[in-house]
Design a protein around this ligand. Structure first.
Ligand SMILES: Cc1ncc(COP(=O)(O)O)c(C=O)c1O
Length: 390
């Protein structure tokens, strides 16, 4: 070996080490596939399932461990796994807990792609699914068979916003020995605590409120039971579902303002939902905190807050074309999927494509309230309603 190392070697194996003891309020971005061990003894003693050390970037870095711990605290659980999207969280739970011959039950108003996952993928692996009415805990109890391993819960329901009797649904599933997994994206760990209501697994699309920026895709799967966590972690590892450190840091950066953003968006959404309820063009406002909305009594009993999300069903005399014209006329509300970011969003839905038996005849429009001024959003709705009548 020559005395003088090559330029590349000197730049890769540099002698300088930054001083230890750096501390700042924000968690650092630690990017790694390879993690360096000090010796073979250390390398061979390291356990990838434990947070006592690091083995490989996919299994955790200081950045992802920090986010996992904070999400576990947010959900009131003990262990959290991070996945690349909320939908990947649903996939992880299904893949870890179900095998050929098993059945999973989903609420009729579940997040659509979760239902498609069951219909298109699980079915091919010999896993069956059925849809249950989330507003009827008794009927759920009667549907469960020995093959039913998992019952998904969602509150409020996607798009149609029914708030179920979560405690009754959990009780029904438990009595028959099925595990329950809650999609807690709407509640975000702020509106209610999924574990206190009895769920075994709490999944969340961190894409929504925890990220808050409309610019990150990420999901989490949280448990209180260590054996269940290890089952999920095994599948998580074998599937290779890690998240990037930059994305994890963005969520870490947004978490301190989560409760404040959630509360502000709740106040604004309730004000706008009340205003919409007073409009003659609107047949029904679907917002769990509004009396008359399906499951309002369960929301009142179980929740301290509500997400900044609501839907309105237009009077059936307005055609789909007229409702589209209303949506197109909105200026501050942007047309787009997802929710919980700073920009208010709007999407029209054809109810007959979502539910086999739609409860309302008119076209539904869902609003996600962002962080703009409430009076500006109300004025935008008011001017766009004029387009409805054209
Ligand atoms: C209730 C609910 N669960 C899960 C997801 C999936 O999240 P992601 O978009 O991160 O896959 C969404 C996304 O809209 C959702 O609304």
């Amino acid at each position: 070996m020559s005395k003088r190392k090559s330029l590349s070697t000197s730049l890769i194996h540099h002698a300088y080490q930054p001083p230890a003891g750096f501390e700042a309020p924000q968690v650092g971005v630690h990017k790694a596939s390879t993690v360096i061990f000090k010796s073979t003894t250390e390398q061979q003693a390291r356990n990838w399932k434990s947070k006592a050390g690091y083995t490989y970037g996919l299994h955790g870095t200081p950045t992802t461990f920090a986010l996992e711990e904070r999400i576990a605290t947010l959900e009131g659980g003990l262990q959290t796994l991070l996945v690349p999207s909320g939908l990947a969280g649903i996939t992880l739970v299904d893949m870890a807990l179900l095998k050929s011959g098993d059945e999973v039950l989903l609420p009729e108003n579940a997040y659509g792609p979760g239902r498609e996952l069951a219909r298109q993928e699980l079915a091919g692996w010999g896993i069956t699914h059925r849809l249950y009415d989330p507003m009827d805990a008794k009927a759920l109890a009667e549907m469960i068979t020995p093959a039913t391993r998992l019952v998904w819960l969602e509150a409020a329901g996607s798009v149609t916003m029914e708030f179920p009797d979560l405690t009754g649904l959990v009780r029904a599933a438990r009595a028959e020995g099925a595990l329950t997994a809650l999609d807690n994206t709407w509640g975000a760990g702020v509106a209610f605590n999924g574990f206190e209501l009895g769920a075994d697994i709490v999944m969340q699309a961190l894409t929504k409120y925890p990220s808050g920026g409309g610019d990150v895709l990420m999901g989490s799967v949280t448990t209180r039971d260590e054996a269940l966590h290890l089952r999920l972690k095994g599948t998580h590892m074998r599937m290779g579902w890690g998240v990037g450190a930059n994305d994890a840091e963005l969520v870490l950066r947004s978490l301190p303002s989560l409760a404040l953003r959630y509360a502000a968006q709740d106040v604004a959404a309730r004000a706008l939902a009340h205003w919409c309820a007073g409009r003659a063009e609107v047949a029904q406002v679907l917002h769990p905190a509004l009396p008359g909305s399906p499951g309002h009594e369960h929301w009142r009993r179980l929740c301290t807050h509500a997400a900044g999300l609501f839907s309105v069903v237009f009077d059936a005399t307005y055609t789909r074309r007229q409702v589209n014209a209303f949506v197109d006329a909105l200026k501050l509300f942007r047309i787009g999927y997802s929710w919980a970011g700073a920009t208010s969003l709007v999407v029209p839905y054809d109810l007959s494509l979502i539910r086999a038996k739609p409860a309302w005849p008119g076209t539904l429009v869902r609003f996600s309230i962002g962080l703009e001024g409430t009076e500006d959003l109300q004025a935008d709705l008011e001017q766009a309603l004029a387009a409805l009548r054209l």
